[in-house]
Design a protein around this ligand. Structure first.
Ligand code: PSU
Ligand code: MN
Length: 302
């Protein structure tokens, strides 16, 4: 049986020419940002990858096939579609088998990227261990995917809606290299410094690419998490966000929001409560990660 993979014309060309490719996820489009900013951002981030010398491959499931690279029409459909499935490792095959439409999370995007022989993936933030996980057991499948699938993921760190010390502990248990780019501190999405030290630090795309290739040579399964601090001018002070996150979290608890709905609910409430400031920052950090992703992909290709 052949894989249900469809490559966009741009990605087909890149594969033929040996141009470096950077995977991008689609849950950020369908569940992470409102329309029309989601569409604008998807287009802008793709262009950032091109401007940095690589080809973007935004990944989603459409009509029961894994699309590696979306056309502009695909992006328009996805950004406005209602009720798109949020696909993680557990849901991917079922959505494909039923011919459905779905957006891929970090975990599912890693799986699809690896199937397409793409080693670098840039996004905003990964999922992690949620606050109160000792009660709810809510730990994102993104963490185990990093331990399984050989893709280097460039993110701005886990969102401050998560429990960061527990997230780092789980990543350590799973044997996932957690690298801060250009600083010692572990970045926390909207802020450059979580107050926690990062387990590893790297200062160049070359180092990141070399470490990825070395893991493969050693036969170690899994990828790496590169945490790239948000640009300084887009940062939101943690003393501003902390009370707002607490409010959003308590609303989620009292409404009984659980499972897959937690992350989208919290992101949307933060957007409303900060009058859009979290979205502006989110866009800036995704773009920053896309540019670094392109540089790492170029190094990996050499
Ligand atoms: N970061 C964002 N927006 C998002 C997500 C992360 O800024 O929408 C998505 C990613 O796709 C990530 C997912 O993989 O949330 C994690 O969801 P969960 O906690 O349910 O695994
Ligand atoms: Mn979850």
């Amino acid at each position: 049986m052949t894989l249900p993979l469809t490559f966009s014309p741009e990605v087909i060309k890149a594969r033929a020419n040996g141009t470096p490719i950077v995977a991008l996820e689609s849950t950020i489009i369908t569940h992470g940002m409102p329309y029309p900013q989601n569409l604008d951002t998807a287009r802008t981030v793709e262009q950032d990858v091109r401007d940095a010398g690589a080809v973007p491959a935004t990944i989603a499931v459409m009509e029961g096939r894994i699309q590696i690279g979306l056309t502009d029409t695909d992006l328009e459909i996805l950004s406005q579609a209602e009720g798109v499935a949020k696909l993680s490792r557990a849901d991917l095959a079922a959505c494909l088998a039923s011919g459905g439409l779905g957006a891929t999370t970090v975990a599912a995007t890693m799986i699809c990227a690896a199937l397409a022989d793409i080693h670098v993936f840039a996004t905003g933030g990964i999922g992690g261990v949620h606050k109160g996980a000792e009660e709810t057991f809510d730990i994102s499948a993104d963490l185990r995917e990093l331990a399984h699938t050989p893709v280097t993921v460039i993110a701005a760190g886990p969102k401050a809606i998560l429990d960061l010390p527990k997230t780092l502990e789980v990543l350590e248990t799973l044997g996932v290299p957690v690298i801060a780019y250009g600083q010692d501190a572990f970045p926390a999405f909207w802020s450059r410094d979580s107050g926690l030290p990062a387990p590893l630090r790297m200062d160049t795309p070359e180092q990141i690419a070399a470490a990825h290739l070395m893991r493969m040579r050693l036969g170690l399964p899994g990828g790496q998490l590169v945490t790239n601090p948000i640009p300084q001018d887009a940062e939101i002070a943690s003393h501003t966000l902390t009370p707002i996150i607490a409010q959003a979290q308590s609303e989620a608890d009292s409404k009984g929001i659980a499972g897959k709905a937690v992350t989208p609910f919290l992101l949307n409430r933060l957007f409303e409560l900060t009058k859009g400031a979290t979205l502006t920052s989110n866009i800036a950090l995704v773009r920053n990660n896309a540019r670094l992703g392109a540089l790492v992909a170029r190094e990996m290709q050499r």
